[in-house]
Design a protein around this ligand. Structure first.
Ligand code: IPM
Ligand code: MN
Length: 353
């Protein structure tokens, strides 16, 4: 019997279903070639369902997700739904309830992809950002006082636990070692201002770092990190950071590797169910036109297979993608300017598998 994996598929909103389809196409093709099977089970979650039924994410569905080997997400976000409902009710709820405490976002420039850093080559932009994914300012601590009056006060607190910081930092050190590229881990924080939260991060980083003698430790303030990402991206190998800083620097990093059409991420629970997604949102204005770039979703599929232990299949997808890009047939990473449709782009990658 061939090895099989059960994956919950959440196509979601906007262009999510279109890019997820291409990802599924590539995953199935590589699985067939490698001798394993991926069974996708589709879940209808997102703005459409919420608008129709008022349901966001039933708890029973979270329980079902816990039984899968992984989850594969297109995109969540709907122009007719008030901001916060789907983000908090689906994306953040999944991260928290499934304890996907790492948000892993590789940043890599492939050939024939235009980056604003024109003279940089693929070897200059190749790093992984490890973002803490279940704490910090995202947990919703805080509140209003005298809401709606001129005396209103709003607070929003960043909660950082030794436990949460340590498991994230440890994951990052292990990843740096396994990656074995520059063997360098940079902590991104703001110790000059966040003298409590960043201090905990720095002390934890130093203590855990003692166990990793072969890894070069580096520290960058978050503002300087933004600057170096553009000026000297080659100076980064792995970056570890908190939830909010990670959110911000991974959008910047996504741009230097060519944009949201390429950038993928994993919400990772190393001992549980992880979820993989293209980083771009649901791009409502491109919905249904077969023009959105599926490469990020294909990359997310490769990440999923790698975490499932199918490292060879993941490499095969990456190599097929590199060859598809080297063919020069994909003219741009932007929706509508690729010179190929969404499905043709997926077919092109598949043809190199
Ligand atoms: C991301 C997104 C989410 C975040 C939003 C949609 C809640 O920007 O995955 O980076 O801020 O984490
Ligand atoms: Mn973000």
């Amino acid at each position: 019997m061939a090895k099989s994996y059960n994956v919950a598929l959440i196509p979601g909103d906007g262009t999510g279903p279109e890019v997820a389809n291409e990802g599924v196409k590539i995953i199935n093709a590589v699985a067939k070639k490698s001798g394993f099977v991926v069974n996708f089970e589709k879940y209808n979650l997102g703005g459409e369902r919420y608008l129709k039924t008022g349901e966001v994410l039933p708890n029973s569905v979270i329980e079902e997700f816990k039984k899968f080997d992984a989850m594969y997400l297109g995109a969540i976000g709907h122009p007719d739904v008030k901001p916060g409902i789907l983000e908090k009710g689906i994306l953040l709820k999944l991260r928290f309830e499934l304890d996907q405490y790492i948000n892993l976002r590789p940043v890599k420039l492939y050939s024939n992809i235009e980056t604003p850093l024109k003279d940089k080559k693929p070897q200059d932009i190749d790093m992984v950002i490890v973002r803490e994914n279940t704490e910090g300012i995202y947990i919703g601590a805080g509140g209003f006082l005298r809401k709606g009056t001129l005396q209103e006060v709003a607070t929003q607190e960043s909660i950082n636990t030794r436990f949460g910081v340590e498991r994230c930092v440890r994951y990052a050190f292990e990843l740096t070692k396994k990656r074995n590229k520059a063997n360098k881990l940079s902590l991104c924080a703001k110790t000059n201002v966040l003298t409590f939260a960043s201090d905990l991060w720095k002390r934890t980083f130093d203590i855990v770092g003692e166990e990793y003698k072969t890894i070069t430790k580096d520290y960058c303030h978050v503002d300087a990190t933004c600057m170096w990402l553009v000026k000297n991206p080659e100076s980064f190998d792995v970056i570890v950071t908190d939830n909010l800083f990670g959110d911000i620097i991974t959008d910047l990093a996504a741009m230097i590797q060519g944009g949201m059409g390429v950038a993928a991420g994993g919400n990772i629970n190393p001992k549980g169910v992880s979820m993989f997604e293209p980083m771009g949102g649901s791009a409502p204005k491109y919905t249904g036109q077969n023009i959105i770039n599926p490469i990020a979703a294909i990359n997310a599929g490769a990440m999923m297979l790698e975490v499932l232990g199918e490292e060879k299949a993941a490499k095969d997808i990456e190599n097929a993608l590199i060859r598809a890009l080297e063919s020069g047939k994909i003219k741009s990473m932007s929706a509508g300017k690729m010179g190929l449709s969404t499905t043709q782009t997926g077919d092109l990658v598949a043809s190199y598998l």
